[in-house]
Design a protein around this ligand. Structure first.
Ligand SMILES: [Zn+2]
Length: 123
């Protein structure tokens, strides 16, 4: 019985479900609903990137290093990956979409500072 409950709990993976809803909400608020994420999940094997996506499949992956960061920072990474579902490359059209998120600049600064501090710690 407990095993079955545990298996059910695992299948639901509520945190990933939450991420999909959050990504869809951000797409509606900032990208005119043009980005259609099918799945968004946490992964712990991305040490050099905060997020990644596969535009063909509408899948987005977020590094678990983002867990515990302010929600507006996580939202920025989601917006970045959502914008890639619309424009795969890092051209002007891509950045124009990302900049619709009011805290884009601030979130980039936060992540850069975080990376720098983590790097300094390792020395
Ligand atoms: Zn990118």
């Amino acid at each position: 019985m407990l095993d079955r409950l545990a298996a059910k709990e695992k299948r639901r993976r509520p945190s990933d479900d939450d991420l999909v809803l959050r990504a869809k909400d951000l797409s509606h608020r900032y990208l005119d609903g043009r980005a259609h994420p099918d799945s968004v999940r946490w992964v712990d094997n991305q040490n050099h990137r905060w997020g990644s996506c596969t535009p063909d499949q509408g899948t987005i992956r977020l590094s678990t290093r983002l867990r515990g960061m302010p929600s507006w920072v996580v939202d920025y990474v989601l917006i970045h990956e959502l914008a890639h579902l619309i424009v795969p490359s890092h051209g002007p059209r891509f950045w124009a979409l990302v900049e619709r998120y009011p805290k884009a600049e601030r979130a980039r600064g936060f992540l850069e500072g975080f990376s720098l501090a983590a790097h300094v710690d390792q020395q």
